[in-house]
Design a protein around this ligand. Structure first.
Ligand code: TXA
Ligand code: MG
Length: 340
């Protein structure tokens, strides 16, 4: 049985964290909220514990985990040499949704965390529950998103329950997460630094602080035969029914809905609220902030939709992160180009 402890209305009550802290110290895994998505954490120096994360999620062991810390001072415990760019990013964006990939010190973190890489991604989250947990535990916590591998990341405790009920001992419930998209992953071991995963901290925001930053698009990532973010090669955010991207154009979406209906398909439409008036079988609102994206993708699985259409957004600012997740959910499929 999975226990769920609500800390939402009592974020500072140390008592509410004692079970989570004890379980983590005993080498167990615990789900907790961050400002991006819920994480499934284990003490990052305990290899047995970290292995339980991979098992619970059904995650391939060659995909490394992000290490969460409660203070900036701790960085030097895990990192050989802190590049100037990294220091500037920490000062500007921590605590917050930015993961910084740097060269790790040897033999400090559990081998499963880095999946054999020489680097590690560190992040200091800003969610008060995550911070309180880390600062009470006083240990680094390795945590991927708390979903079964391949499913949309959880933005509510209930999503974690849907995926991991009976598999993990405890969920700290801090309500709905803020941003709803995972952190930006920035590799500062290369020059200029490269965004391995776009997120809430945008290219524009990073460039204001450290100058030029590269953000490879989906096509460029595919051409790179050895992806730098190992997670890039796996299926992500996939609901049960196939997802197709479609241009944000009401006339086009309208025609697509008619065509699909004539074929006897049941359609779930993910689009801005103004598309609600079109006659789709199911409608879930997504906007240009990304907050409801994973909830909308998960909601499709509670319908009997046989196909999902999602309207594209711009790739400016946070739009880059939203389109990145939508393209992964769709496996790169566009309605116009591929559907017949
Ligand atoms: O917002 C987030 O980052 C959430 C919350 C829980 O903090 N965590 C999260 O973790 O999204 P996960 O494991 O689902 O995604 C981590 C991503 C993966 O794409 C992984 O390949 C990449 O970061 N990554 C981790 N360590 C890396 C490293 N050393 N080098 C390159 N990529 C790395
Ligand atoms: Mg994930």
């Amino acid at each position: 049985e999975t226990i769920r402890i609500s800390v939402e209305n009592n974020v500072d009550s140390t008592e509410l964290y004692s079970q989570a802290v004890d379980l983590l110290n005993e080498g167990e895994v615990v789900a907790f909220p961050t400002e991006t998505v819920y994480g499934l954490g284990a003490v990052a120096t305990n290899d047995q514990a970290v292995k339980k994360i991979f098992k619970a999620k059904g995650r391939p062991s060659d995909n490394p985990l992000i290490v969460h810390i409660g203070t900036i001072d701790e960085v030097s415990h895990y990192i050989e040499y802190i590049p100037e760019n990294a220091r500037k990013c920490m000062d500007a964006f921590w605590p917050g949704p930015l993961t910084i990939v740097m060269k790790a010190k040897d033999n400090i973190l559990a081998p499963s965390v880095t999946a054999g890489l020489e680097t590690v991604g560190l992040r200091m989250p800003s969610h008060p529950v995550a911070l309180k947990l880390l600062q009470t535990l006083k240990k680094p916590v390795a945590a991927p998103s708390a979903n079964r591998s391949g499913k949309p990341s959880p933005t509510k405790a209930q999503h974690v329950e849907e995926d991991l009920q009976g598999i993990i001992p405890l969920i700290l419930d801090g309500g709905t997460t803020g941003i709803g998209l995972e952190s930006t992953v920035l590799d500062v071991t290369v020059n200029p630094p490269v965004i391995l995963r776009p997120g809430g901290v945008t290219k524009e925001m990073l460039e204001d602080v450290i100058g030029q930053v590269m953000q490879p698009n989906q096509e460029q990532q595919k051409l790179d035969s050895t992806p730098k973010a190992p997670g890039m090669k796996y299926t992500h955010y996939a609901p049960n029914a196939p997802v197709y991207l479609i241009e944000s154009n009401k006339e086009l979406v309208h025609k697509a809905l008619i065509k699909l209906k004539n074929e006897g398909k049941k359609v779930a439409l993910l689009a801005p609220v103004s598309y609600k008036e079109l006659q789709s079988d199911f409608f879930f609102q997504i906007d240009h902030e990304g907050v409801q994206l994973y909830d909308a993708l998960r909601s499709c699985d509670k319908t009997d939709a046989s196909i999902i259409l999602a309207t594209a957004t711009t790739v400016e600012g946070v739009g880059a992160a939203i389109m990145n997740r939508l393209e992964k959910a769709a496996g790169g499929k566009w309605f116009e180009a591929e559907y017949e």
